[in-house]
Design a protein around this ligand. Structure first.
Ligand code: SF4
Ligand code: SF4
Length: 407
């Protein structure tokens, strides 16, 4: 069955066509949110605050107007993200393109630098998986590769969720949209690692150094210890799978497996299914901001967008909304001053542009800028797998909402 997707163009001739103040709230209104949210219902807006050097994350004012709209209709808004994987910089002492988001304290500092605070948002702001990424609920699923998902725990506090997503590229997933915001953004720290790497968790104690206690010191739950025999011991009942022990160990003691790009896509789509099953399909409002469409996700740096701004889309179906964004992008020409213009063989006449963006090879650990223009349909795999698992429909009605905004 076709799902409805509402579409508001990014074009605007006056303040009446504002993407932040007018089109964002109206996109939610079209989904019937006014008749669903009752007085004092708690509504969490889940978004991404961007890595420190990223300049193409969702603008704070977009979220502020969503927050104000939720108040207007009687709800109580909150703004949330989830902890990134790896070690907080306060422990590792190093800053990388991806760091600074590994615990709540550090990520909220990045959020502040990017303009997201309780004051600017008019709502509390926090990590859905708690200060260390270890607050989660286990959701059983019948997934392609996973049988359970560690859902970000603080979702339990909310009646509704607005999933406010920056639609853009992704060098592993093909693109980052609503599905990825569900499957990576709404799970606990450990589940992100399970999606990117694997689900094994083996210790090769023959590699463990007798006088080292680094992992014991960083473990937030006290699951690790050494006795008089100086052999590392683990209390599995206490482990909350934050994988900080793995991140700090430089002796290769802890093996969490490896992954292919195909596995990664299957796993985060499994995660997404777990989140929707846990929270409730009818309680999630999807809104995609298809603007600043770079090939990188918001966890990294930012290149020039390779597709011109498209607009704001909304739906109750995460597959349909992402498919609609992809289709609109593929109908567009690409930006002739972007990463795609480096591919000399590419003819700018309408094409599956997401098939040509740079891609990351998990086996070699290398990023391939694809200068010889090879096709890789990870975007299509993501949508196909999501539809097959029952997350939604790739078939949709695109309903363009036109606003008379000429002065
Ligand atoms: S950090 Fe590695 S080497 Fe050190 S105690 Fe832990 S497992 Fe052993
Ligand atoms: S044992 Fe490792 S994965 Fe488990 S809680 Fe401690 S640091 Fe996290």
């Amino acid at each position: 069955m076709k799902s409805d997707v509402y579409f508001f163009t990014a074009r605007s001739q006056s303040i009446k066509g504002s993407m932040s103040k007018v089109k964002g709230p109206l996109a939610l209104e079209k989904l019937g949110i006014k008749n669903m949210v009752n007085k004092d219902d708690k509504v969490v807006i889940k978004t991404h605050f961007g890595a420190l050097e990223n300049t193409r994350y969702i603008r704070p004012s977009f979220i502020r107007f969503l927050s104000d709209f939720i108040k207007e209709i009687g709800g109580i808004p909150s703004l949330a993200e989830s902890c990134g994987w790896g070690l907080p910089e306060s422990i590792s002492g190093t800053h990388t393109e991806y760091s600074g988001r590994a615990n709540e304290k550090e990520y909220l500092q990045v959020a502040l630098m990017h303009g997201f605070t309780q004051e600017t948002m008019g709502a509390p702001i926090f990590m859905l998986d708690g200060p260390y990424g270890i607050d989660y609920n286990v959701q059983p699923i019948d997934g392609n590769l996973l049988k359970e998902v560690y859902i970000a725990g603080r979702l339990r506090e909310f009646d509704y969720m607005v999933l406010a997503t920056h639609f853009k590229g992704h060098s592993g997933a093909g693109f980052g949209g609503a599905l990825k915001n569900l499957g990576i953004g709404c799970v606990a720290k450990g589940q992100k690692i399970r999606a990117h790497l694997g689900t094994v968790f083996d210790y090769d104690l023959s590699k463990c150094t007798e006088d080292c206690e680094k992992c014991i010191k960083v473990c937030p739950t006290g699951a690790l210890s050494k006795g008089v025999d100086k052999i590392l011991k683990k209390n599995w009942d206490k482990c909350r799978y934050c994988y900080m022990c793995r991140s700090i160990c430089d002796k290769g003691v802890i093996d969490t497996g490896s992954s292919t790009t195909e596995d990664f896509i299957h796993r985060f789509v499994d995660n997404a299914k777990g989140v929707v099953d846990y929270f409730g399909k009818d309680k999630i409002f999807y809104i995609n901001y298809a603007i600043d469409i770079t090939w990188q996700c918001d966890c990294g740096s930012s290149d020039v967008p390779f597709i011109p701004d498209i607009g704001v889309l909304s739906s109750h179906d995460p597959v349909a909304i992402d498919q609609a964004c992809i289709d609109l992008a593929h109908k567009s020409s690409f930006n002739p001053n972007s990463v795609l213009s480096d591919i000399k063989s590419l003819n700018n006449n309408g094409n599956d542009w997401f098939s040509y963006i740079p891609r990351f090879d998990p086996q070699s650990g290398e990023l391939d800028f694809n200068l010889d223009g090879k096709i890789l349909n990870n975007w299509e795999t993501q949508l196909r797998v999501a539809e097959e698992i029952g997350l939604g429909s790739r078939d949709y009605n695109l309903i363009e909402v036109k606003i008379e905004d000429k002065k």
